[in-house]
Design a protein around this ligand. Sequence first.
Ligand SMILES: Nc1nc(=O)c2c([nH]1)NC[C@@H]1CN(c3ccc(C(=O)N[C@@H](CCC(=O)O)C(=O)O)cc3)C=[N+]21
Length: 294
Amino acid sequence: MTLLDGKQTAETIKEEIAAEVEAIKAAHGKVPHLAAILVGNDGGSQTYVNNKVLACERVGFDSTLIRMEDSITEEELLEKIEELNNDANVDGFIVQLPLPKHIDTEKVLEAVNPSKDVDGFHPTNVGRMVAGLKAFLPATPYGILQLLERYQIETKGKHCVVIGRSNIVGSPMSILMAKNAYPGNCTVTICHRHTENLAQFTKQADILIAAVGIPEFVKADMVKDGAVVIDVGTTRVPDTTRKAGYKLKGDVLFDEVAPKCSFITPVPGGVGPLTIAMLLKNTLSAAKKEVYHN
Ligand SMILES: Nc1nc(=O)c2c([nH]1)NC[C@@H]1CN(c3ccc(C(=O)N[C@@H](CCC(=O)O)C(=O)O)cc3)C=[N+]21
């Protein structure tokens, strides 16, 4: 069993980005700039946004964190987005999810200019990805592709089973794994809450991607011997013995599943750090105008 070290891979990617930032700075006297809007003060979201800001510093990007109260109106958020769309100093920005219930998430995501949508959540980027055009890829699926590629895991002709069909992970992951590319060329099965006899599908997976958000959902008897298992879950479970007051749990019952795997990602230190690295990669692409040449 080989551990897929997301933390180390993310470090390598960030070093590559930092080297490019140096070159851009030398040539143009400016560096890529990522902004993030955080509405409210959900603990998990704060951690991720703070990690993004720290990562920006690490690679030499400018970053701006915009905090807004839980009580803001949709209109106020849309105004802020318009401001960032029009700010020539900002190359890319994200609106951290989830948003408060009184705000229409789809409307908000559609308001982001696709050329600055480094999360890849705008319908234009989703459509472009599906059509095989240049697009900002959502950071988590993009990070998983990087992990498969950098560990040189064979994907052609393999059966990839994705559990979960969310817009930000399960759906785009399934599309990318089926593409005529490396990593890709898989036969893909998407499972979700209405899948009958889930284990019958997961047991056939050469590559199993768990993106359900239920801690330790995938047990050993659901996994084939020698499978590659990618765990996207990062649920905070209360743990009073820890200083942070919580423990991070993946969607996979790691101790039981790992011995059966050829490769597996840990939680923490797996997919999470790569998500942040690929957000930076998208921001670099935005600054270099590699996707939209406006
Ligand atoms: N607009 C938007 N874009 C996102 O990309 C987005 C979002 N909203 N909302 C929330 C989810 C979740 N997410 C994570 C990012 C990093 C870690 C990460 O770095 N995790 C560390 C541990 C962090 C910890 O200690 O809590 C790890 O797995 O090793 C986890 C989760 C991005 N998301």
